[in-house]
Ligand binder design. Structure first.
Ligand SMILES: Nc1nc2c(c(=O)[nH]1)N[C@H]1C(S)=C(S)[C@@H](COP(=O)(O)O)O[C@H]1N2
Ligand SMILES: [Mo]
Length: 335
């Protein structure tokens, strides 16, 4: 009796396994990529539909091996020409749900086979030139690339090493950091929070928390951003300023909150007391040719910041809009 039951169970199990493979295979043969989350219209595009979009080329993309340790030797994997569709263009096709001051806190998860995931910040894709360097690729050196599923690959030509390269991209998810944005309601009520002389640094995974004051920045190399155009879609043109500060990267390293190997499925959210928030991906901070570009500034035009700017404010030097220049930084959270 017992053995019959076991046999029955085995037959059912085998049938379930067959059904599972049949389903995943038929799904795979369609090679689809799903775009969903905080978008206006979720999409489920076939590779053919992606190939029908306007093709973008990035030539001579050099790919270095990701390092596990600072001491690891640099290894060049290849230099190749790529064709595909910009991640930005696919996101625009779906339409971004969050607008205006809600927008800089958005981030994008890109998933490949084997549960690989990399994160991009809204700002790097839509405000900085990384958006023109991030490609869902299906063509290499002029020839179509084969793929087991989804779109054959993701490349970021502005990245230095290959940590954010994934294969068989099947899913893109748009999300916003879960931090309440109170700016508009506080403005209506004419509330102006006093700025603090410290900020809180939090690692959400380890629970590690540090209170950081101006003194904690001593010893970090000072960086200048010349001619930062201060302009915003909702705030207008405010002028061109120079800033002095330290890079967010060197700060996070010094506080020992981020070190190699880098986890590109993580990101940093910087916000002020009123919940105004911007995201920065680990990739753009630690693996980008624009790595020296994201600065926590304490001086503007040679003078310490004004009270409404706090003791520190973010300056993303290359961004074409002021959306990520968080003033009065009160929290830096690594998700
Ligand atoms: N703390 C805080 N920082 C903020 C904002 C905000 O509402 N609160 N607005 C952002 C937006 S949307 C823009 S466009 C710029 C405007 O900066 P500016 O006033 O210097 O032009 O600041 C950014 N920094
Ligand atoms: Mo803005």
């Amino acid at each position: 009796m017992k053995s019959i039951m076991i046999k029955c169970q085995l037959v059912i199990l085998a049938a379930a396994v067959c059904l599972f493979f049949f389903q995943t295979n038929s799904y795979a043969s369609q090679k689809r990529i799903k775009i969903h989350g905080a978008v206006e219209e979720p999409l489920n595009l076939t590779l053919k539909e992606i190939q029908a979009m306007s093709e973008f080329h990035i030539n001579a993309v050099s790919i270095l091996k990701e390092k596990q340790n600072k001491a690891d030797k640099e290894k060049l994997i290849e230099v190749a020409d790529y064709g595909g569709v910009l991640l930005r263009d696919i996101l625009e096709k779906a339409g971004m749900k969050y607008k205006r001051k809600w927008e800089p806190a958005v981030f994008i998860r890109v998933k490949g086979i084997k549960d690989e995931e990399v994160i991009f910040s809204f700002g790097e894709i839509f405000y900085s030139s990384i958006g023109r360097s991030t490609l869902l690729t299906y063509r290499k050196d002029g020839k179509l690339i084969g793929s087991s599923n989804g779109c054959p690959g993701l490349i970021v030509s502005n990245d230095i090493r290959n940590g954010r390269r994934i294969k068989a991209v099947t899913e893109i998810i748009v999300e916003r950091v879960d931090i309440k944005m109170k700016v508009y309601e506080e403005r209506k009520k004419n509330i102006l929070q006093p700025s603090t002389s410290y900020l809180e640094l939090i690692d959400k995974k380890s629970g590690n928390t540090q209170k950081v004051t101006f003194e904690d920045l001593t010893g970090l190399p000072e960086l200048q951003i010349h001619d930062k155009v201060q302009i915003g879609d909702c705030e207008g043109f405010h002028g061109v300023y120079s800033y002095e500060g330290v890079t967010l990267r060197s700060f996070l390293e010094k506080q020992q909150f981020v070190s190699q190997p880098y986890f590109y499925d993580r990101y940093v959210a910087v916000h002020s007391e009123n919940g105004f928030c911007a995201t920065f991906s680990i990739g753009e901070l630690f693996n980008s040719k624009l790595g020296n570009n994201i600065v926590m500034a304490y001086k503007k035009d040679g003078k310490m910041l004004a009270p409404d700017e706090g003791f520190l404010m973010m300056v993303a030097g290359e961004d074409n809009t002021g959306g990520r220049s968080v003033k009065r930084i009160s929290n830096i959270i690594i998700f």
